[in-house]
Ligand binder design. Structure first.
Ligand SMILES: *Cc1c(COP(=O)(O)O)cnc(C)c1O
Length: 343
């Protein structure tokens, strides 16, 4: 059975969080003399809402997740770090992750002095739940999954993720940074079934707002309460909250960009597969393609010379010969194709 109290570090469970002025008084008043702010330069003189309720209410509508089950962070990176700080005792605990995957899970494990255990995906990048569960021991607190996965682009099978959620009594994180480019439903809609599930999403990809740094974590209200307890009190600044609300207001435009990206992804698969340098294109549910080419290091360098930067994944486990190519605008994609045709 999953019992949150057994998974959270005791110091965090017992932590009495910092109480800021805006936690103690909530509501509308006309004279604010409680937080030692400057009375000048409105609205930037005021501290932001520490729990970002206005923004969470809008996200609730779009994502169909209760505002109380949402944590907002300074990028997904903040949520990734908080998972370690909440659940993993440095020098003792470990986490299990798929390989290859997003690099930050491993870097944050190192920062927090937590052992990071890699379990290779199958050769076609599909997930075998048994392999991951075999790596679990008594000190395993978290399993990291990423779907669609980075840098491979594929979704992980629902039934394999279900096996892990049902058999593992620690935290299971499903990072859905690219979910908006896929036609599958988010795991966030299953939160009430799985008390050990944390789903990550971000404004950095389909929402076209990497610069404002806004990451989302969806989980049980108990897990969200733990995150709220340990985060910096004002982790999301006023400008980010305001710009995120404006971006949500432009839903239709964002959605049209996403549609264009998906159309371009299909076109790029067709065009790239015609090129002599291409040996294989992995199927993708994301806004990038992992393309195997005959000489990844050479082609990467040739593209750099032309001012075109892709991600060389040649030295990543199971990705030999792979370049990870983000889907750009139709014009940018044409420039890439023109250069690749010359090689
Ligand atoms: C890009 C990406 C993120 C986004 O991180 P932010 O800190 O929100 O910008 C998260 N997870 C994965 C797998 C990614 O590829």
């Amino acid at each position: 059975m999953f019992d949150l109290k057994n998974i959270v570090r005791p110091n965090i469970w017992n932590l009495k969080p910092y109480s800021c002025a805006r936690d103690e008084f909530q509501g509308e008043a006309s004279v604010y003399l409680d937080a030692n702010e400057s009375p000048y330069n409105a609205p930037y003189n005021r501290y932001p809402d520490p729990l970002q309720w206005d923004l969470k209410k809008e996200i609730e509508k779009i994502k169909k997740v209760d505002a109380k089950q949402i944590f907002l962070g300074n990028g997904s990176d903040e949520a990734i770090d908080l998972v370690y700080r909440a659940f993993c005792e440095p020098g003792r605990d470990n986490v299990v992750a798929i390989e290859p995957t997003y690099g930050m899970y491993g870097v944050c494990a190192d920062i927090n002095n937590v052992t990071y255990k890699n379990v290779k995906l199958n050769d076609d990048f599909s997930l075998n739940a048994e392999n991951l569960l075999d790596a679990v021991d008594d000190n395993t607190k978290v399993i990291w999954l990423c779907s669609p996965n980075n840098p491979t682009g594929n979704l992980l099978a629902t039934c394999e993720i279900e096996k892990i959620l049902n058999s593992f009594h620690g935290i299971v994180v499903v990072d859905e940074a690219y979910i908006d480019f896929s036609s599958t439903e988010s795991w966030a809609l299953q939160l009430n079934k799985y008390p050990n599930l944390i789903v990550l999403q971000t404004f950095s990809k389909a929402w076209a707002s990497a610069g404002i740094r806004l990451g989302l974590a969806f989980a049980s209200t108990d897990i969200i309460a733990i995150f709220n307890k340990i985060k910096y009190p004002y982790n999301i600044n006023i400008l980010t909250q305001k710009l995120a609300l404006e971006t949500i207001g432009k839903k239709d435009l964002i959605s049209s960009w996403k549609e264009t990206t998906i159309i371009e992804r299909d076109r790029m698969i067709k065009e790239l597969s015609q090129l002599p340098v291409t040996t294989f294109i992995h199927p993708s549910d994301a806004n990038f393609l992992l393309v195997k080419v005959n000489d990844a290091n050479k082609i990467y360098q040739e593209l750099v010379k032309k001012g075109i930067i892709v991600r060389n994944r040649n030295s990543v486990t199971l990705c030999q010969g792979g370049l990870r190519i983000t889907i750009g605008t139709p014009e940018e994609n044409d420039i890439l194709l023109t250069e690749l045709k010359k090689l």
